[in-house]
Design a protein around this ligand. Structure first.
Ligand code: NAP
Length: 286
């Protein structure tokens, strides 16, 4: 597996998104653990999660617990696996998503994630989403304190604007390691953030890169060029999509979600697919 960098840490160029294994419609634990093991077998060394990937308030951290269990039960070496988690979103239990970006809450949430993941320092800790009730600089100040205290190895932000990226990097003293924003054939609105990350050398992790859990299967029917180019290469439209994202910049590290061994194997194989400049232009246009 090719590698890319988040800060000074080399990770697989394609990560595994953990969300489909813990939110509504999730599979049973045996299938999820087999999916995570299949990702590791394929050379994936980046797993993205969040404390809020669960269904109701009684199972906060479901996805973090699952990942910790899968890593502990894996037969191979997992010392180079970076688990990227997030804090700042809460789920009260009625299906909705709430926000708490207050420094006290973020520090508490980080301590709880450390416990669930069973590590001394979190690989990459990302502020999940700006909370309009809290000054953004105060939320990022909490990340800086966590970095300085050694509780997190790398700091990242998510759902951020270019201004928030610049401000965060300043508050963190140039140590902003990752930005996770939505980017897919269906949603290209984070192009300015991607371009800025490329300029600053900050990893850009596109979330819902295939269009999201409910829509990923329809990518080829909704975006014909991805299906056509896939047919030409004998691969799935989803693999074409991940290869297209990788080609956008060396800072891009897609994190396709998966809840089946087949899908993560197929996505991880996108590192072997090289698209021509003409094909990339066609995909950019459609
Ligand atoms: N920061 C944020 O605010 C935020 C928001 C949303 C998501 N995320 C992160 O981003 C990750 C990815 O986003 P996502 O899971 O929402 O959406 P996604 O990656 O666009 O789509 C996930 C779905 O794609 C299917 N899939 C994956 N590879 C495939 C392939 N090669 N062929 C066909 N289908 C394939 C999977 O199906 P199966 O389930 O059948 O395997 C999965 O359910 C999440 O898991 C999460 O870690 C972050």
């Amino acid at each position: 597996m090719q590698t890319r960098h988040i800060g000074d840490v080399a990770v697989s160029a394609i990560g595994l998104g953990g969300m489909p294994m813990s939110v509504e419609g999730r599979p049973d634990e045996t299938r999820s653990i087999a999916t995570i093991h299949a990702a590791l077998d394929a050379g994936v060394t980046l797993i993205d999660t969040a404390d809020a990937y669960h269904i109701d308030a009684s199972d906060v951290g479901h996805n973090e617990n699952l990942i910790a269990k899968a890593l502990a039960s894996y037969a191979g070496d997992t010392s180079d696996v970076l688990v990227a988690t997030k804090g700042g979103h809460t789920r009260p239990g009625d299906g909705s998503w709430d926000l708490d970006g207050s420094p006290d809450y973020l520090k508490q949430a980080c301590d709880a994630s450390l416990k669930r993941l069973g590590v001394e320092a979190i690989g990459l800790y990302q502020f999940h989403r700006p909370d309009p009730k809290v000054d953004y600089a105060d939320s990022i100040g909490a990340l800086r304190d966590l970095l300085d205290a050694g509780k997190i190895r790398l700091a990242g932000i998510s759902n951020a604007s270019p201004e928030q990226i610049r401000l965060s990097n300043e508050i963190l003293g140039g140590r902003l390691a990752g930005v996770q924003n939505q980017f897919s054939p269906a949603y290209r609105g984070s192009e300015p953030e991607l371009v800025l990350c490329d300029e600053l050398g900050i990893a850009f992790l596109p979330w819902s890169p295939l269009g999201g859990i409910a829509k990923a299967g329809d990518l080829g029917s909704k975006f014909a060029p991805f299906a056509e180019i896939g047919r030409r290469h004998g691969v799935s439209p989803q693999q074409v999509c991940i290869s297209w994202l990788l080609a956008k910049s060396p800072v891009v590290i897609p994190i396709p979600g998966s809840s089946r061994q087949e899908t993560i194997r197929d996505s991880a194989a996108a590192v072997h697919l090289t698209l021509t400049d003409d094909e990339l232009s066609t995909l950019d246009a459609g």
